[in-house]
Ligand binder design. Structure first.
Ligand code: KIV
Ligand code: ZN
Length: 515
C-alpha cells in the first residue's frame, strides 16, 4: 500500500560518497564521484554528503567539483569541530548556493575517555564552537554527536539542546558502531523528542551502521518516533558492515505506507540503475539475494510460488520489479544502433553521456558491436566505465603478449603508457601467465602489491560474452579494487589489475593531508 498524498516527507541524506567511500577498497576517482553525484540527483535524494574535505586533497577536490557542477540537491561536506576542518569544508562548498556543513564530535563515555580525553563540559563547549563557526559561513548546519546511541541519555539531551541553540538546523543521531536495536533506538529518539526543549527548531536525523544487520530496522524505528531525515548509502556500503541501505529503507517506507504514512522524493525506478552504477564503480558486488536490488530479489523458483504468481502476482510479490527499476529485457543494441539510442540506453542505466564522451563511447560501441552480435546493458556499462577510468595521469594498457607452453615458465611482454610516457617490459617467471602479466605491470608502474582476491566471470550471455575480472590488491595495508571488462578474459584481467594499480597510485597521491 502506498503512503497517502499528504504523508510526512522524510529527507534522504545520502552518504555513499563519504561514509560509503570509507569502506575498504571503495575509493572512487573524481570523475566517478561526479557521475555518482549526478545519479543521486536523478534518483531524487535531498542531500548529498560529497566528502570530508580536510582528509585529503582528493576529498577536497571532489567536494569542490561536485559543488561546482551538480545541482538539484543540497551538497554537504563533513568536518570535525575543528576550525581548520570547518574552514576547509566551506572552502570546498562555497561555490554552490545550496550547501550544508556537517560538524561532528563524539559524545559517548568511551569516546570521551579514550579517544578525546575531554570531559562533558569541554565536549559541549567544542560542539557549540564548531556549530557557531560553521554557522558563520552557512545557514544550513548539521551537528552529529558521534556514538550517540551509546551516550548517556541526559548528556545527549544537553548536547543536542546546546547544538540547536548554537544554530544547528539538523541534529543527526548516529549509531556509529551499529550497537542499537530497534526498541532501544526508538527510545533514544523519543527521549530527545520529549526532553529537549528546543527540539522543534531542528530536524532529527539518524545515521545507523549495520554491524548487527539492524541499520534499516533502527532507522525505521526512529522515523516512527519523530526522525525526519535518514542517512543512508546506495547498496548499504560504508564503514565495516556498512550503513543503512537507501533502497531498502526507501522501499520499506513506500510499500508500508499504510503503517508509516511517511514518504520520500526518491524516484524508485532509478534504484536498480543507481545500485548497478555504484557497484560497477566501486567493484563491490551486490549479493544476489539482497533486498530490492539483488538479482534474485524478484526471482520465483519454487513451483508453488510460480503457480501463485501466474494466477495472481500479488500472491508472492509485494512490489513490482519495474517499481524499483528492473527492466524485462536487457538486450538492447546492435551494430545498426545509432548514437541517440546509445545515449538513451546509457541514461536508463544511470549514466550521463554527452559530447566528446558520448562520441568516444560510441566509437568503442561500434567496435564491440562488430565483434558481438548482441550488445547488452552490462556491455554498455563496461564501455562507459572504461572511459571514466581513463585520465592522462593513469597507466593505460597499450599491448601485451603472453607466451606459455605446457609446463614451461611463462614469459610476457607488456607495454603501458601514462600521458606521453610509454614503457615496455618483458618478464619471465611467475606462477602462471596471469601472474607473470601482473608482475610485469607491477614492474613498469613500480607498484608492488599483494593480490588478495581475483575473479573472472562473464558479464553477459553467449559464446561471445564479455569477461569481467575483479582484483583486490593490498598495498601498504590498504585494499584497492580494480575491474576490467573485455571479450578477451586475459585482457580483462590485465585491465582489472591495472585499474587497481591506478587506484593505488591515485590514492597515494591524493591522500596527502591538506592541513
Ligand atoms: O558513523 C558516524 O558516527 C559518522 C558520523 C561522522 C556521522 O559517520
Ligand atoms: Zn558513519
Amino acid at each position: 500500500m502506498s503512503p497517502s498524498t499528504d504523508s510526512r516527507q522524510i529527507v534522504i541524506f545520502d552518504t555513499t560518497l563519504r561514509d560509503g567511500e570509507q569502506s575498504p577498497g571503495c575509493s572512487m576517482n573524481l570523475d566517478e564521484k561526479i557521475e555518482v553525484a549526478q545519479a543521486l540527483v536523478d534518483l531524487g535524494v535531498d542531500v548529498i554528503e560529497a566528502g570530508f574535505p580536510i582528509t585529503s586533497v582528493g576529498d577536497f577536490e571532489a567536494v569542490r567539483e561536485i559543488s561546482r557542477t551538480v545541482q538539484g540537491a543540497t551538497i554537504c561536506g563533513l568536518a570535525r569541530c575543528h576550525p581548520k576542518d570547518i574552514d576547509r569544508a566551506w572552502e570546498a562548498l562555497k561555490s554552490n548556493p545550496d550547501t550544508r556543513i556537517h560538524v561532528f564530535l563524539a559524545t559517548s563515555a568511551i569516546h570521551r575517555e579514550f579517544k578525546l580525553r575531554m570531559d562533558k563540559d569541554e565536549i559541549i563547549k567544542r560542539a557549540v564552537e564548531g556549530v557557531k563557526r560553521a554557522k558563520g559561513y552557512c545557514e544550513n548546519i548539521e551537528f552529529s554527536p558521534e556514538d550517540a546511541a551509546r551516550t548517556e541519555s541526559d548528556f545527549l539531551c544537553r548536547v543536542v539542546e546546546a547544538a540547536i541553540t548554537a544554530g544547528a538546523t539538523t541534529v543527526n543521531i548516529p549509531d556509529t558502531v551499529g550497537y542499537a536495536t530497534p526498541v532501544h533506538f526508538a527510545k533514544v529518539i523519543s527521549n530527545l523528542v520529549n526532553r529537549v526543549p528546543n527540539i522543534d527548531q531542528a530536524v532529527i536525523s539518524v545515521h545507523c551502521h549495520n554491524d548487527l544487520g539492524l541499520a534499516v530496522a533502527n532507522s525505521l524505528a526512529a522515523v516512527e518516533n519523530g526522525a525526519g531525515q535518514i542517512e543512508c548509502t546506495i547498496n548499504g556500503i560504508g564503514e565495516r558492515a556498512g550503513n543503512c541501505s537507501l533502497e531498502e529503507v526507501v522501499m520499506a517506507l513506500r510499500v508500508r505506507g499504510d503503517h508509516y504514512d511517511a514518504d520520500t522524493r526518491i524516484q524508485s525506478p532509478r534504484l536498480v540503475p543507481t545500485s548497478r552504477l555504484v557497484s560497477n564503480i566501486t567493484g563491490l558486488h551486490v549479493q544476489r539475494n539482497k533486498a530490492i536490488v539483488g538479482r534474485n530479489a524478484f526471482a520465483h523458483e519454487a513451483g508453488i510460488h510460480q503457480d501463485g504468481m501466474l494466477k495472481e502476482r500479488t500472491t508472492y510479490e509485494i512490489m513490482r520489479p519495474d517499481d524499483v527499476g528492473f527492466t524485462k529485457t536487457d538486450l538492447v543494441l546492435g551494430k545498426h544502433s545509432g548514437r541517440a539510442a546509445l545515449a538513451n540506453r546509457a541514461t536508463a542505466l544511470g549514466y550521463h553521456l554527452s559530447g566528446e564522451h558520448l562520441q568516444e563511447v560510441f566509437e568503442e560501441f561500434k567496435l564491440l558491436a562488430d565483434k558481438k552480435k548482441e550488445v547488452y546493458d552490462a556491455d554498455i556499462a563496461a564501455l562507459i566505465e572504461k572511459r571514466m577510468n581513463v585520465t592522462d595521469d593513469q597507466w593505460q594498457l597499450v599491448s601485451y603478449a603472453v607466451n606459455t607452453t605446457g609446463g614451461e615458465t611463462p614469459s610476457v611482454s607488456v607495454t603501458l603508457k601514462r600521458g606521453k610516457e610509454e614503457k615496455t617490459t618483458t618478464f619471465t617467471g611467475g606462477d602462471g601467465p596471469l601472474d607473470a602479466l601482473f608482475l610485469a605491470i607491477e614492474q613498469i608502474t613500480d607498484t608492488p602489491v599483494i593480490v588478495r582476491d581475483f575473479r573472472v566471470h562473464s558479464v553477459t550471455r553467449g559464446k561471445d560474452a564479455q569477461g569481467e575480472s575483479t582484483v583486490e590488491a593490498e598495498y601498504q595495508g590498504s585494499i584497492y579494487r580494480g575491474r576490467g571488462v573485455s571479450t578477451d578474459t586475459v585482457e580483462a584481467s590485465a585491465l582489472a589489475f591495472l585499474n587497481a594499480i591506478n587506484r593505488v597510485v591515485a590514492g597515494t597521491n591524493s591522500s596527502e593531508q591538506t592541513a
